[in-house]
Design a protein around this ligand. Structure first.
Ligand code: GLP
Length: 245
């Protein structure tokens, strides 16, 4: 894993956006894997600014998001579909029909899991997956204990994840308790991964990722098995940690 240390959240966002833009310019039909949460919001803002200033085009780009809350439709402000439209897709020239997010209101969720997994495979897989990390090491919504062999599946969210994500909802009771997420093997099949890490609350997770063992009790540790991972982390998250990778 390659670790790029930057000063702060803003620099992380700019650097990540530059990275993504370069890949999109090199391959205008790129398949991008996208993440939600607070971490990539600044990156998406930078992508929008670049699109407006420099005209980088996303017309041929296809996207696959990691996950969606069960029970929330795309019109719900807390759904990840709404988030992606609001934070990125509505402000660039992407074809919405090429933006894919698992459905949180499918009639048959087992079927939806198969559909999503097959859809990614049919497109030849994700070229560049953007990832954040949960404080407990979750990636997508793959909570500790998830099998490294998992494909797209339904999860029960950990209490700590519900608490961490409650900041986006008006009341904690409104946070869904389940989600549909790409599995760990789905994520690992991406040709390249860009992990973004920012802030004090991610310090322990980053330390464990860089220095701990590869173990299902810490989902992000599986990234050490991937040949092409870049981490962009800010100073606060890296702190004065020794990096053994
Ligand atoms: C959320 C998302 C993840 C995200 C992580 C960190 O629950 N499902 O994809 O990476 O938790 O979120 P944040 O960036 O808000 O800290």
């Amino acid at each position: 894993m390659r670790v790029i240390e930057v000063k702060d959240y803003q620099q992380m966002s700019n650097r990540a956006a530059e990275y993504i833009i370069q890949k999109v310019v090199q391959n205008p039909s790129i398949k991008l894997g996208l993440a939600t949460g607070g971490t990539p919001m600044g990156t998406y803002k930078s992508l929008i600014e670049d699109h407006q200033k420099n005209g980088t085009s996303y017309q041929k780009v296809t996207t696959f998001n990691l996950d969606e809350y069960i029970g929330l439709s795309g019109n719900n402000k807390n759904s990840y579909r709404y988030f992606m439209n609001d934070q990125l897709f509505n402000h660039i020239d992407i074809n919405k029909a090429k933006t894919n997010i698992p459905s949180g209101i499918a009639a048959d969720f087992q079927e939806e899991c198969h559909r999503y997994e097959n859809l990614i495979a049919r497109h030849g897989g994700v070229d560049l997956q953007i990832l954040g990390i949960g404080a407990n090491g979750h990636i997508g919504f793959n909570e500790p204990g998830t099998s490294f062999r998992s494909t797209t599946h339904i999860v029960n969210l950990a209490d700590s994840t519900i608490q961490a994500n409650a900041r986006f909802f008006s009341r904690i009771e409104e946070v869904p308790t389940q989600a549909i997420t790409m599995g760990i093997s789905t994520i690992l099949k991406s040709k390249e991964i860009l992990l973004l890490v920012s802030g004090e609350q991610k310090k322990d997770a980053l330390f464990r990722l860089l220095n701990g063992e590869i173990n299902e009790s810490f989902p992000a540790s599986v990234l050490k098995n991937h040949p092409y991972v870049t981490i962009i982390a800010d100073k606060v998250a890296i702190a004065d940690l020794k990096v053994n990778c």
